[in-house]
Ligand binder design. Structure first.
Ligand code: SF4
Length: 319
């Protein structure tokens, strides 16, 4: 039986960002250098496949430091950690490597600078997300008020808001965040903000790529994990643009083929923590059912790379 035609619009950029690549490389190099087991506090990035691949190489994922035995190395995830985590590692004389994305660390430094300057602070972000816990944990409790949406921005009460600043989670919706900032600016006209967006380049670019695809397809698949903030935002961005069938899938086995019945143009993208191999798996599953043609939709190209921590960087070549 001949297959129905399906045009897949592949969004570019998609998938791994520089912060995720660096975090995974940190775990791999630590395994090479120290040998297994290497402990990792929290999922190194929000992706089950990545975590299981590293587990197979000898990484052990734990929730808290008290699960790490004395004398073994531990790595902190890309999302960042509250200050008391490295402090506790030092107290226990654990060898640790911090895989916090440099763009998250930049927000931490911003928060510290505002605090030093005596400013009150509002963090725009999602309650309970590890990045938000890490950012709020850079400062004493009560130093930062969390705002999740425009309604909370309209209601938040700040004692003495004369000198106020906002910072943001790096993986938010660019459009929603801009609305929230507008509300804050209307309420607190002198509020200080970052010179450049705290939302990172990878989040911004992946949302722009989805926008370039979403209006031109019948359905869109975002390859990513349900706890990945930037992946969830890609689904929302597509839905807001009128894409009625925008779905998050972790693996090809989760694709709801009934929901794709009658679809002739399908968008595919991936969150910043989803490896390309999973996108390829989804495309291969499409090829089993459809006569697939691929179109690449590219809004920009990325060449960002972050340095590894010195302790794991490749040794300098002899002179
Ligand atoms: S999504 Fe952005 S902030 Fe998060 S790890 Fe990637 S580059 Fe860093």
């Amino acid at each position: 039986m001949s297959k129905e035609p399906l045009t897949i619009l592949l969004a570019n950029p998609r998938g791994f960002c520089a912060g995720v690549e660096r975090a995974i490389e940190i775990v791999e190099r630590a395994l090479d250098k120290f040998g297994p087991p290497v402990y990792v506090r929290h999922e190194i990035v929000h992706n089950r496949y990545v975590v299981e691949t590293l587990e197979a190489k000898g990484a052990v994922f734990v929730e808290e430091l008290d699960e790490v035995p004395d004398g073994l190395p531990v790595i902190f995830s890309a999302h960042g950690v509250p200050k008391l985590v490295p402090a506790e590692a030092e107290r226990r004389k654990l060898f640790y490597v911090d895989a916090t994305c440099p763009l998250v660390s930049k927000v931490h430094r911003e928060a510290e600078r505002h605090f030093r300057d005596g400013r009150k602070m509002i963090l725009i972000g999602h309650a309970g997300h590890p990045e938000v816990i890490g950012t709020m944990g850079q400062l004493p409790p009560g130093s930062i008020a969390l705002v999740e949406d425009s309604a909370q921005a309209a209601a938040v009460q700040i004692d003495d808001p004369k000198d106020l600043a906002y910072i943001t989670q790096t993986t938010l919706s660019v459009d929603d965040t801009s609305e929230i900032i507008d509300v804050l600016r209307r309420r607190f006209p002198g509020i200080h903000g970052p010179k450049q967006e705290d939302i990172c380049y990878a989040t911004t670019n992946r949302q722009q790529a989805v926008k370039a695809v979403a209006r031109d397809v019948d359905a869109l698949l975002v390859v990513g994990a349900p706890n990945s903030s930037n992946s969830a935002r890609l689904v929302e961005v597509a839905s807001k643009l009128g894409c009625k069938t925008a779905m998050l899938v972790q693996r090809a086995a989760q694709v709801d083929w009934d929901a794709l019945a009658g679809v002739t143009r399908l968008g595919i993208t991936a969150g910043a923590s989803a490896p390309e191999v999973l996108v390829e798996e989804v495309i291969a599953a499409c090829r089993e059912r459809f006569d697939v043609t691929i179109e690449q939709i590219t809004v920009t190209t990325e060449n960002v790379q972050f340095k590894l921590p010195r302790v794991l960087a490749p040794a300098a070549a002899p002179a």
